[in-house]
Ligand binder design. Sequence first.
Ligand SMILES: Nc1ncnc2c1ncn2[C@@H]1O[C@H](COP(=O)(O)OP(=O)(O)O)[C@@H](O)[C@H]1O
Ligand SMILES: [Mg+2]
Length: 270
Amino acid sequence: MNTAAANPAHLVAATGISKSYSQVQALAPLDLTIHAGELVALAGPSGSGKTTLLYILGGVVQPDEGEIVIDGRPLRRMRPGKDLAALVGLVHQNYDLVPQLPVIQNVLAGMLGQWGLLRSAISLLWPRDRQRAEKVLAELGLADKVLERTSHLSGGEQQRVAIARLMVQSPRIVLADEPVSSLDPVLSEEILRLLTGIADSPGRTLVASLHSPNLIRRYFTRVIGLREGVLQFDMPSSGLTDDVLAQLYELNHRGELDRPGTGEAAAEVS
Ligand SMILES: Nc1ncnc2c1ncn2[C@@H]1O[C@H](COP(=O)(O)OP(=O)(O)O)[C@@H](O)[C@H]1O
Ligand SMILES: [Mg+2]
């Protein structure tokens, strides 16, 4: 086994992970280690491999090659909905709630990982689970929405339901795919505060994709830049200048996005 992967100080140790879809290399071979306590932002233009990387780390997509070790154990040996759910929680870009169910049932699904709905319906019968879910919803200002049909809530409220589900699941590694991409600035801050709050206890970490340099600098400790599936930089978020990000996104001097380029265009700016 690779030495990085065997190091118990690493909460996540990925070695040589890569993924291609037919002709597209979604992720070039990548080594990545994350320590507990780190708050990691993933930046990069659309199609740069952010979702692919998050899904691989979450065990949702299998890499073509490479290995991921989480808290000393190989990810591929973990069972979805069981030991994997205790370690890793993934927030999808669309938040993935079931709109026709009551709020509380969507939240209880967090306890049961990927087995979700039927078992979450059953878990409504366990008062202890229910109390915990109701407590978290109350903390998020949703006490009066517990039994409301989820689709009746506003977008911002639904996002808090998804965060409540994650808080109930309480995984050590929170993976969030563009959690603030469709939110106004105030709501973006609130969601980031909640997400970093979940990760802000010993032994935990957050990895989230987002595009705002200000939010990255304020809420994250480390930033990883991806472009066309290739790692461009990995540094403390305090070092993320607007220039570095503009290069990553290939903004031209007028601040407009250049045509999505070839590898040569990327080489020109670097
Ligand atoms: N399931 C898939 N099937 C085919 N191509 C995919 C699939 N998922 C991602 N890709 C391709 O892989 C590349 C990286 O995608 P993705 O990880 O979604 O990037 P990002 O999240 O940064 O926008 C893109 O070119 C995308 O079209
Ligand atoms: Mg994506």
